[in-house]
Design a protein around this ligand. Structure first.
Ligand code: ADP
Ligand code: MG
Length: 712
């Protein structure tokens, strides 16, 4: 296959080498290098490095170049693309047109102002009360760290400019700004720590590679299920005769229809510069995974949002619907998003890579301990960062990490930490470290058998894998929490090292002592056993580890004193910004459950129960005609009995809903929905699922699990 030159006119991208068209729809550094005047490029890089505001001249020059590039590629509109606290992305399109000087015809126009700042009519985005207290305005500001890109529409393209979403007084109204702040915070203290190891690096960048799980089902079924369309998950459905019991789907061969979707998707992703790397079947029927190569956390976060968007679009072209909900089907596995996280230097050196020399290993242990310390102190907050109504159905089931946060390190690392704790390497001499076998770290930890799939937070050789994140969630939030809590741990450990040095210790000994204390203090957070077991729950309680069983309990961690202190000291969230996020999370929880309950109510009352009435009537009439038969009578009685129970529970659901809606106070309302409403939903659903197994399938008004989960 010949390699076409880098152009947008490659006829068959699916047959071209990826490198020949990777990123053609992005205005990233490569394109900027090719197109921007050298002066502008230098000025842009300088302002970025210093984190300053762009000058109007530079902004205008970039805007002109971006406009020319976008128009050449067929763009007609531009939009500021941002991430409000709903967890979705938002865009408002403007055409590239303005009146000419005489005001009689239009010209293509785009200015520096339009590039760097937009003002969406933002009063409809959740602000958690932030904007209400200031002004109902929000601004979007260009984030030059994330490349602008072209979204291809059916007719013409739109230039999307990734932006931060901020309020009138600079308050963060989105997930991007806090993520960027947290990256800066952890970088500052990581750089300071590196000086103990005589490493002077330009910058330290948090990296993330998010593995995305999802379901695909035929679009026609999707359109017939109001619950999937409005709530993203089935709120009713009897279990299929064959679920995932045979475990024959995982890593199985990919069916042609699915592969066509995946390949089509990859072409779209590559054009957008998203480095999709891995694709495979997952455990549940019709469940799959896609994983990209890791990137700086902010770019990975933007790319994951864009990835989910592209997946929906491409699925649609294939007559498929993609489901990101954490638990679209009861009885089979739900979907998560494994956030692989590490800290890397500018030069590409991974600080969580054990390294080859004793000195490198000591540095590795220092960063490893900082992560343990972060989890030990802020485990509950990390749990809270991924709490949502739908993730509740997944966490703690025997398929996903439990709601108790602990860290898996593997047998070898645990042994080394134990030895250090016992003082067997207290003076950190090179020989001692070698004796411990620390210099052999890389070899063993790459061994895949050493992995523990039940751990929510596992060390996997040169990165940590946070597995409790839900498939539909924006990764920016847990990444932000991880960065800021590791940043805090580093800051505190650095201060301890400094103080030991002041009292006369040499730097290595001081580092070793801090590592040792940290190991001892964070012992409780390390667990290598089976996280799904009952014994672990009891053991975790003995260790005093927080265990938030659901979102209602988990959200409290956002209000802990150490959480408030963490955010205000680091400057990652002001008090108001934190309160706003707490508010929005409660609001989202209540809204989600309200929608689910309403959809269930409507589907039950207006679709399912009428079908059962019909079925009962048919059966009763037949029985009348043929005379009483005990077995048939018994079956009919059971169905009528269940129908009656369904109506009782329907009434209970309605009562619970109206009581919850009338409840005053955010926390109280969350509790009402997470308590009585959720219980009533489950009880009502159980009767409907039972009826599904009694009712004439030809009368059943909804696609069944066995249809939706049949191989594509
Ligand atoms: P697996 O965990 O399934 O064995 P890999 O180890 O190759 O597979 O990585 C899975 C994911 O972890 C990928 O998305 C990859 O980009 C990401 N990843 C690998 N190394 C790092 C790293 N240093 N930092 C962050 N993410 C990483
Ligand atoms: Mg993995």
């Amino acid at each position: 296959m010949a390699t076409p030159s880098r152009t947008n006119r490659i006829e068959r991208l699916d047959e071209a080498n990826v490198s020949s068209y990777f990123g053609i729809n992005t205005f990233g550094w490569r394109t900027m290098q090719e197109r921007l005047p050298r002066e502008t490029l230098r000025a842009l890089k300088k302002t970025l490095k210093k984190g300053e505001r762009l000058s109007p001249e530079v902004a205008n020059a970039v805007a002109q170049s971006m406009k020319a590039w976008a128009l050449e590629h067929g763009a007609t509109h531009f939009t500021h693309w941002f991430q409000p606290m709903t967890g979705l992305t938002a865009e408002k399109h403007d055409a590239f047109i303005a009146w000419d000087e005489q005001g009689i015809s239009v010209i293509e126009s785009f200015s520096g102002d339009q590039l760097i700042q937009g003002e969406p009519d933002a009063s409809s985005f959740p602000s958690g009360g932030l904007r209400a207290t200031f002004e109902a305005r929000g601004y979007t500001a260009w984030d030059p760290n994330s490349p602008a890109f072209l979204m291809e529409g059916p007719l013409g393209k739109t230039l999307c400019i990734p932006t931060a979403f901020i309020g009138y007084h600079g308050e963060a109204l989105d997930h991007k700004v806090p993520l960027l702040r947290s990256m800066e915070y952890v970088a500052t203290h990581a750089r300071a720590a590196l000086r103990f190891f005589e490493v002077d690096t330009g910058n330290v960048i948090a990296h993330c590679g998010p593995e995305q799980e999802y379901f695909l089902i035929d679009k026609r079924y999707y359109m017939l299920r109001p619950d999937l369309m409005f709530a993203g998950r089935t709120v009713q459905g009897a279990r299929p005769p064959k679920g995932q019991e045979l475990e024959d789907h995982y890593f199985g061969s990919i069916k042609p229809r699915v592969l066509r979707f995946m390949q089509d998707l990859e072409v779209e992703l590559y054009k957008l510069g998203i480095p999709a790397k891995t694709r495979h079947n997952e455990v549940a029927p019709n469940q799959f995974e896609i994983a990209p190569i890791h990137e700086p956390a902010n770019v990975a976060s933007d790319h994951n949002q864009l990835l989910m968007e592209m997946m929906k679009q491409v699925a649609d072209r294939h007559g498929l619907a993609v489901l990101f909900n954490e638990k679209p089907f009861a009885g089979v596995n739900g979907s998560g998003k494994h956030n692989n996280w590490s800290l890397c230097t500018d030069e590409g050196h991974n600080l969580l890579d054990p390294g080859h020399t004793p000195a490198e290993n000591l540095q590795f242990l220092y960063f490893l301990c900082a992560t343990l310390r972060a989890l030990h102190r802020h485990g509950a907050l990390l749990r809270a960062s991924i709490a949502s109504a739908s993730n509740d159905h997944r966490l703690g089931a025997n398929e996903a990490p439990p709601a108790i946060m602990s860290v898996f390190l593997g047998e070898q690392l645990n042994r080394i930490l134990d030895q250090i704790e016992r003082g067997e390497a207290a003076d950190a001499s090179e020989k001692k470290i070698l004796d411990l076998g620390i210099s052999k770290l890389p070899v063993l930890n790459k061994d895949a058998t050493d992995r523990n799939r039940t751990s929510p937070f596992a060390f996997t050789g040169n990165k940590f894998e946070f597995r409790a994140v839900g498939a539909s969630q924006p990764i920016a939030v847990p990444l932000m929490v991880l960065n800021v809590s590791v940043g805090e741990a580093l800051q505190q450990m650095n201060a301890q090292v400094e103080s030991l040095r002041k009292s006369g210790k040499d730097v290595r000994a001081a580092v070793m002592q801090v590592i040792r204390t940290t190991i001892a203090e964070t012992r409780a957070i390390r667990f290598d056993g089976n996280n799904y077991s009952k014994e672990w729950r009891a053991e975790a309680e003995r260790r005093g580890l927080p265990h938030a069983r659901n979102t209602v309990e988990a959200l409290r961690a956002w209000e802990l004193p150490q959480t408030r202190e963490l955010f205000s000291r680091s400057g990652v969230l002001t008090r108001e910004e934190l309160d706003a996020r707490i508010h929005v999370r409660h609001e989202q929880y209540v809204k989600t459950l309200n929608i689910e309950a309403q959809v269930l109510r409507e589907m039950g009352e207006t679709m399912i129960l009428p079908a059962v009435w019909q079925d009962v009537r048919n059966k009763a009439e037949t029985l009348e005609k043929i005379g009483d038969r005990p077995a048939l009578r018994k079956a009919l009685d059971a169905e009528v009995e269940m129908l009656g129970r369904a109506y009782t529970r329907l009434e209970e659901l309605k009562t619970a809903l109206s009581q919850a809606e009338a409840t005053e106070g955010l926390q109280q309302q969350t509790e009402a929905f997470g308590g009585k409403v959720l219980d009533a939903m489950t009880a009502f659903r159980d009767t409907l699922d039972a009826l599904e197994e009694m009712c004439d399938a030809r009368l059943w008004p909804l696609p069944k699990y066995r249809e939706m989960l049949a191989p594509l």
